[in-house]
Ligand binder design. Structure first.
Ligand code: PLP
Length: 368
């Protein structure tokens, strides 16, 4: 056999755009509980610390009995439930394997080589990855000094090549929000043929009444798509189900670009059960918001500068102390999410976990 027909020297040719794409770094898992050591808590992935609600669990277990079959590809039951819950036609909905799956479909539907995708930076770390995979050019726009989206600068970055703009509200990892007046002003400046994706993965944690609901904004703006997920407030991160609300041509394009049968029947049934148990789930969200206030105030009391957060996490800008701080938290039994050289994102978790984190932060503060 020659060297070029499948032996050691030859490699399948991969797309050049894959070079240099950062790999997605998932939040580090908590270390296995050690009988003698402290319990380790995972505050690194913005998950919901509450276990599944009993009704939701039952529905998922029941659905598991049929997993020899493919799921309902159209997610009919879930689409109907979502349409009723959010007052939108089914034709404005598309589901996917988590909202990140839907975001990837949005890129496939709009952007390719030669096109530009604008997003704030730092923001959700999947944006640069999925943009580069699409072949489009990433145009990151730095956050303001207050760690908020700089919508003026983002509007100024629009060119005739721009196809999609992400606005992450609240922003991951800073927790900061953009409010109605500034967002509407921005949307008014975006050309109608550019899609604006309002990523509202943490929508349910918002208590600032000036933050608009993207689904309401989308109604009379055909170039706005909204991403929502069952992974955060609804506690279904492991089941991978999210959705978009968008006008018909965009939602239809999403249904074309989605991975066929991507959302399992277990996920579909659990999502429907979650929507029907919304009041119980939202009570848990209220409890987390209460914890968020407690953690935020304690950190400010310790002397930290913390951007006001409307999500289920807090952001500490630690610069070159980031890695040391994350290691100190590890030793204290809480795993946080460091972004080396920038800062640490800490999910609001169980009360005990938040206490351990606050204690570690207090100790570290004394050394600064
Ligand atoms: C801003 C933002 N969008 C989307 C996602 C993706 O969530 P999922 O794919 O689980 O719906 C995340 C998850 O961390 C996120 O922070």
């Amino acid at each position: 056999m020659s060297e070029t027909n499948g032996t050691s020297e030859a490699h399948p040719r991969l797309r050049a755009v894959l070079d240099g794409i950062p790999t997605y770094k998932p939040g580090k898992p908590a270390a296995a509980a050690d009988a003698d050591g402290p319990t380790a808590y995972k505050l690194s992935s913005n998950e919901n610390p509450f276990p599944p609600l009993p009704g939701v669990m039952e529905r998922a277990v029941e659905a598991a009995g049929g997993f020899n079959r493919y799921p309902d590809m159209a997610c009919t039951g879930l689409m109907e439930e979502l349409a009723a819950r959010f007052g939108v036609p089914v034709s404005h909905l598309a589901t996917g394997t988590g909202s990140v799956g839907v975001a990837q479909s949005l890129l496939q539907a709009t952007s390719g080589p030669g096109d530009e995708v604008i997003y704030a930076w730092r923001s959700f770390e999947a944006y640069p990855i999925i943009t580069q995979v699409s072949g489009a050019t990433a145009v990151p726009v730095p956050l303001t000094d207050g760690d908020v989206h700089d919508l003026e600068a983002m509007a100024a970055a629009i060119t005739e090549r721009t196809r999609l703009i992400f606005v992450c509200n609240p922003n991951n990892p800073t927790g900061t929000v953009v409010r109605r007046a500034e967002l509407e002003r921005f949307l008014d400046r975006v050309p109608g043929d550019v899609l604006v994706v309002l990523d509202e993965a943490y929508r349910e944690f918002i208590r600032d009444e000036q933050v608009p609901d993207g689904i309401e904004l989308h109604r009379d703006r055909p170039n706005v798509a909204v991403l929502r997920t069952f992974s955060k407030a609804y506690g279904l991160a492991g089941l991978r189900v999210g959705f978009a609300v968008a006008h018909e041509p965009v939602a239809a394009a999403l249904r074309k670009t989605a991975v066929p049968f991507g959302v399992s029947q277990i996920a579909q049934e659990a999502a429907v059960a979650s929507l029907r148990s919304e009041s119980a789930l939202l009570e848990r969200v209220d409890a987390l918001v209460g914890e968020r206030t407690r953690v935020y105030e304690a950190l400010v009391g310790q002397g930290w500068t913390v951007p006001e957060t409307q999500a289920n996490f807090v952001w500490l800008r630690l610069g070159d102390r980031t890695t040391d701080f994350a290691a100190a938290c590890d030793r204290a039994g809480v795993v946080v999410r460091p972004f080396a050289g920038e800062g640490v994102r800490v999910t609001i978790g169980e009360t005990e976990a938040n206490d351990l984190f606050l204690k570690a932060a207090e100790e570290f503060r004394k050394e600064l």
